[in-house]
Ligand binder design. Structure first.
Ligand code: SAM
Length: 256
C-alpha cells in the first residue's frame, strides 16, 4: 500500500476517533495540573524526561488535540503543533481559546513538515508521529528541524504490547499474537496503519539520523491505575506486569 493511502486511512481514522472520544476528552486533558505519560498516566515528575522547557521552541509531531503542547506552553515553552487531521486541530484550536494558550497549529504530514531547518530545541511526540509515521521519515524530519544539541522525546506502544494484541485488535493477551521478525508496519482491521519498529531498529534509525539515545523508559501502569475507558490496548492488570509503553529520549549531536 502506498504512503498516500496510509495517510488517508489514518486521517479518516482520527476524524472518527475525534468524534467518538478525543474532542469530548480534550477539555479534561488540557485542564490537567501536571504532565503525565501514556494510557495509565505515569507522572512526568517521576521520570523527568522533559526538564525545564521554559523559553524553548518545541515542536509536537502528531499533536492531536495538542494538550501536551498546551501544558508545555503553560510552563513557558513556545510550542508549534503539527497534525494531519483537521478535526483534531479544530479541537486543539477550541481548547487554545478556552484555556487562553494560543500557539501555531499546522495541518501537515509529520513526515514532511513545511518548517525551516534548525528551528526547534525540543521535538515531542506522544502517540503521534511516533506511532503513525514511518520512522525513517519522521525521525529524519525531527533531526532536520532540531538545533544542534536539541532533544527528541517520544512515546509509543511497547514492542511487547504490540506483539500481544490479537490479530483483530483488542486488549493485549498473555501470549504472543504475531512474530517480532518483520514487525514494522502494522495494518489494523479497524483502519489505521501504525509503525512498530523493534528496539534495535529504533536505535539504528535514531543513530543514522545523528541522535544519541539518552534513555528508554519502559512504562508500567501504576498500582492504582484503571483500564482506559476508550483505548483497548492493554488492561491495567496486564500493564502492571509488562511494559505497555516505550518512552524514548535522545539528543542530536552538534555535528548533526
Ligand atoms: C493519539 S493521537 C494524538 C496524540 C496527542 N498526544 C493527543 O492525544 O491528542 C494521534 C494523532 O496523530 C495524527 N497523525 C496521524 N498520522 C499523522 C501524520 N502522518 N502526520 C501528522 N499527524 C499524524 C492523527 O491525526 C492524530 O491526531
Amino acid at each position: 500500500m502506498s504512503a498516500g493511502t496510509d495517510i488517508a486511512r489514518n486521517r479518516d481514522l482520527w476524524t472518527v476517533v475525534n468524534s467518538q472520544f478525543t474532542d469530548e476528552d480534550a477539555d479534561r486533558a488540557w485542564a490537567a495540573k501536571e504532565i503525565t505519560w501514556g494510557l495509565f498516566g505515569v507522572p512526568e515528575r517521576d521520570l523527568g524526561v522533559l526538564g525545564d522547557v521554559a523559553g524553548l521552541d518545541v515542536l509536537e509531531l502528531g499533536c492531536g488535540t495538542a494538550y501536551l503542547s498546551g501544558l508545555l506552553a503553560r510552563q513557558g515553552a513556545r510550542p508549534v503543533g503539527v497534525d494531519l487531521t483537521p478535526a483534531q486541530l479544530a479541537t486543539a484550536g477550541r481548547c487554545q481559546q478556552r484555556f487562553g494558550l494560543v500557539f501555531p497549529l499546522l495541518e501537515a504530514n509529520a513526515e514532511d513538515v513545511p518548517l525551516p531547518d534548525t528551528s526547534f530545541d525540543l521535538v515531542v511526540s506522544e502517540y503521534g508521529a511516533s506511532v503513525w509515521c514511518d520512522p525513517e521519515r519522521w525521525v529524519a524530519e525531527a533531526a532536520r528541524l532540531l538545533r544542534p544539541g536539541g532533544r527528541l522525546v517520544f512515546l509509543t506502544n511497547s514492542v511487547l504490547a504490540t506483539l500481544c494484541v490479537p490479530e483483530q485488535e483488542g486488549f493485549a493477551q498473555e501470549r504472543l499474537a504475531r512474530p517480532q521478525r518483520g514487525l514494522h508496519r502494522v495494518q489494523w482491521p479497524g483502519g489505521g496503519t501504525e509503525f512498530h519498529p523493534s528496539h534495535g531498529d529504533w536505535v539504528r534509525v535514531l543513530r543514522a539520523n545523528g541522535f544519541v539515545v539518552d534513555a528508554l523508559h519502559e512504562l508500567y501502569a501504576p498500582a492504582d491505575a484503571a483500564t482506559h475507558a476508550y483505548y483497548d490496548i492493554a488492561t491495567a492488570q496486564w500493564a502492571r506486569q509488562w511494559p505497555v509503553e516505550d518512552l524514548w529520549t535522545a539528543h542530536i549531536t552538534p555535528g548533526g
